[in-house]
Design a protein around this ligand. Structure first.
Ligand code: SAH
Length: 194
């Protein structure tokens, strides 16, 4: 298959990704931060993720700079990519709706912060991160390039690995036994598994 089909679908997905998040970014600016644990490490990881999920895919889509790492797009990868993209974006939207004004782009607690335990948060503690992993998988399947394809998955895995513990620790310190109970009856990313 011609690469432009995969590029076009991913570009549409990228636009939807940004559109889903935009109103929450705007609203989060209006909700006061009461505690921030965003350090230099967290900022560096967020920049890396931006490079993996936005910069490299856009370079691949709009320029020939990464063409030395191209391969042919397989129809099965393309179809799998579309399925992952639709499901990932739907779940990304769902988790934003459920988190509402409690959402932050980084490790932050907000005024009147509430522990969300229903909807997408009922059986897993990190549905938004699950959604981003599924989206990253879609990128890997839709972009037939050894760099632009897997780079979102790689950089997000790195960010997730460093963020998981501090985030759970922050929630535990803020919500105490309520979070302990919640953690006991839920998994992290995959319902019933992990
Ligand atoms: N890790 C979650 C949320 C990502 S947004 C997910 O993947 O769905 C990151 C912010 O959400 C954190 O800084 C924390 O303040 C907030 N948060 C995480 N889990 C939460 C929950 N269950 N209820 C309310 N806020 C939560």
């Amino acid at each position: 298959m011609n690469a432009w089909i995969g590029k076009t679908v991913l570009l549409m997905g990228l636009i939807v990704f940004v559109a889903i998040r935009a109103p929450y970014e705007r609203r989060s600016k209006e909700t006061k931060i009461t505690e921030s644990r965003r350090g230099a490490q967290e900022t560096t990881l967020m920049v890396l993720m931006g490079i993996g999920c936005f910069v490299f895919p856009l370079i691949f889509i709009f320029s020939p700079l990464l063409s030395f790492a191209n391969y042919r797009l397989h129809p099965v990868a393309f179809l799998g990519g579309i399925v992952c993209l639709i499901f990932g974006l739907w779940f990304f939207h769902r988790s934003h709706v459920d988190l509402g004004t409690n959402w932050s782009i980084s490790l932050e607690l907000r005024e009147h912060h509430q522990l969300v335990t229903s909807g997408a948060y009922k059986s897993i503690r990190h549905p938004m991160y699950s959604a981003i992993f599924i989206y990253a998988l879609a990128q890997a399947l839709l972009l037939p390039n050894w760099i632009a394809g897997p780079c979102c998955f790689a950089t997000f895995t790195l960010m997730f690995a460093f963020r998981l513990r501090p985030e759970e620790q922050m929630m535990l310190e803020r919500f105490g036994p309520e979070y302990e109970d919640y953690a006991e009856r839920t998994k992290r990313l995959i319902p019933g598994i992990w």
